[in-house]
Design a protein around this ligand. Structure first.
Ligand code: GLP
Length: 246
């Protein structure tokens, strides 16, 4: 059976995605109390996370996230949990109460397997939010990552490190990260991927209309049966009109 193609919505701007994302989270908490919400990090989600801070249904959801720099604990500046907590402080409260399952900071096989199992015991990720890198990565699955990958340690691509440089200045960005794998991401029951701005346009084109290939890890979302892609006009600018107006 061929999965139906991702639903694509082109919005006026990134701010227009915020109410849609809040509705996704509210709907999940209502439909499936106790379900596991998978956050994405990165500038794409900052506005949403700030808005969510006022209403995160922390007692009705569990939460996790996609990836973490190797060696970075939740308190360390530049790290993903730290970033989530800065934009959405209730996440830190969930962490303290064991309702937020952080990606391990270490990458040994037993720890990563235990994390995968913990996500499964929590019912598996019900809704996974995703961003996309300029090079077509999702989470930190860089081009060439096999589609059957699970949590693993990855070496960051140069474009990824370049994009992360500002958040670590004056230090250099890390070289490695622990990331959710492509197979792990595909197991989530619903995917919502956001991309805004011109620098994402080529990756978005490759994801939706290029080859389904590890050369563009994000193209894998086309194998999932329930995907929503939210774009602004700049990110959608290399798509043919018909494809960008679902
Ligand atoms: C980072 C994260 C991804 C994120 C992407 C885009 O490398 N690992 O999960 O989606 O880059 O980031 P931004 O939203 O800042 O463009």
């Amino acid at each position: 059976m061929t999965p139906r193609p991702p639903a694509v919505r082109v919005l006026a701007d990134a701010a227009a995605a915020v109410p849609l994302l809040l509705d996704e989270v509210r709907g999940l908490a209502q439909r499936e109390p106790g379900a596991l919400l998978g956050f994405a990090t990165g500038g794409t989600y900052t506005q949403f996370l700030r808005a969510l801070a006022a209403e995160l249904p922390a007692d009705r959801l569990l939460a996790t996230h996609l990836d973490e720099y190797l060696g970075f604990g939740p308190d360390r500046r530049g790290g993903m949990v730290h970033e989530l907590g800065q934009s959405c402080p209730p996440v830190l409260d969930m962490l303290r109460r064991g309702r937020f399952l952080p990606v391990p900071r270490v990458g040994d096989a037993a720890t990563l397997r235990a994390h995968e199992e913990r996500l499964q015991r929590a019912g598996g990720v019900a809704l996974q939010l995703l961003g996309i890198g300029r090079n077509g990565h999702i989470a930190f699955n860089e081009p060439g990552t096999p589609f059957d990958s699970e949590f693993h340690v990855t070496t960051l691509a140069e474009t990824t490190r370049a994009d992360a440089r500002a958040r670590f200045a004056p230090e250099e960005p890390p070289l490695q990260a622990v990331t959710s794998g492509l197979a792990t991401i595909l197991r989530a029951r619903r995917l919502v991927l956001c991309a805004f701005g011109k620098p994402k346009a080529e990756a978005v084109r490759a994801m939706l209309t290029g080859d389904l290939s590890p050369a563009c890890p994000a193209s894998l979302v086309r194998r999932h049966a329930d995907v929503l892609v939210l774009l602004d006009h700049d990110a959608a600018s290399l798509l043919m009109l018909g494809q960008a107006s679902a």
